[in-house]
Design a protein around this ligand. Sequence first.
Ligand code: FES
Length: 164
Amino acid sequence: MKKHGDISRRDAMKVAISLIGSLIGTALGIPAIAYILGPALKKEETNWIRVSSLSTIELGTPTLLKPRIVRQDGWIEEKEEVGVYVLTEDGRNFHAMSNICTHLGCRVRWIAEREQFFSPCHNGVFDKHGYVVSGPPPRPLDEFETKIEDGNLYIQLPAVKRTS
Ligand code: FES
């Protein structure tokens, strides 16, 4: 005979099944939530990469250099080139600019005769220091922090946005 407050076998099974269901749900749910939120919560890492030896950089004209980096995204490893224009007037102070146009991301190229960068997609024009001269780009070319070590130029990723 069942007394008031006794748990029947059926009720005990219900409780056990819901507990197991909750455990399975938690075991599956936590990794799924971490997978979805992980990239948003991850801080962007900064790191220094070697661009070139100082002797390869011309004086007074932007020099295009393309250091290679390896990006690790979970199990995926991607090799990538970073396009950097480096300008120095004196061989001691270096200004490193991204070669990505700030309008829609086309690669700019240096036109030596005009002393300007040109973005071919929508005719954006930048001066020697990366400031907008004409066209749709909303701001100057992004720039990189630089440092010199043992005769080599290093830049810090990611590039920094400049205001005009
Ligand atoms: S992408 Fe450079 S002007 Fe549009």
